[in-house]
Write a protein that binds this ligand. Structure first.
Ligand code: ZN
Length: 158
């Protein structure tokens, strides 16, 4: 396993729609392992592959109660409610903003074996899912922020 170099705002890979994953092989497993190790190392709640320069639809998340989630080709199939909360992003250092997200979401994805998985979430996990899936479309939270906060604040969703 290895810690991967983080890409930050201004890097074009963060703005490109990521490609669907079609091969569920050992290389994908190694990439997922590196993504999880990197996420924990940088102390993020989640990490999307474009954030380490890989334009593929892959996300890892660990939002406390969820444990480590590995999501390949994730898609939000249901969303309801609204919640405004503060977010940050490993790829946008020292910046926090208020972002409106759906309060509850249902996501379908594949696991590292290519099997279909389904996740229903609310709270921090729902927010992290929306934030990370945005990364796969080249969208950053600063695009959605209602306002950007002064740089001394609080809890974050990466
Ligand atoms: Zn992010």
């Amino acid at each position: 396993m290895a810690i991967r170099f983080l890409r930050t705002e201004g890097d074009p890979v963060l703005r490109k729609p990521a490609l669907e994953v079609k091969r569920f092989d050992a290389a994908l497993g190694r990439l997922l392992d590196d993504m999880a190790e990197s996420m924990y190392y940088y102390e993020g709640v989640g990490l999307a592959a474009p954030q380490i320069g890989i334009s593929k639809q892959i996300v890892v998340i660990d939002a406390n109660e969820s444990g480590l989630l590995e999501l390949i080709n994730p898609e939000i199939v249901f969303a309801e409610g609204e919640e405004v909360d503060i977010e940050g992003c490993l790829s946008v250092p020292q910046t926090y903003g208020e972002v409106k997200r759906a309060a509850r979401v249902k996501v379908i994805a594949q696991n590292r074996l290519g099997e279909r998985i389904e996740i229903e979430a609310e709270g921090l996990l729902a927010r992290a899912l929306q934030h990370e899936i945005d990364h796969l479309q080249g969208v950053l939270f600063i695009d959605r922020a209602l306002r950007i906060l002064p740089p001394d604040d609080m809890e974050t969703v990466e």
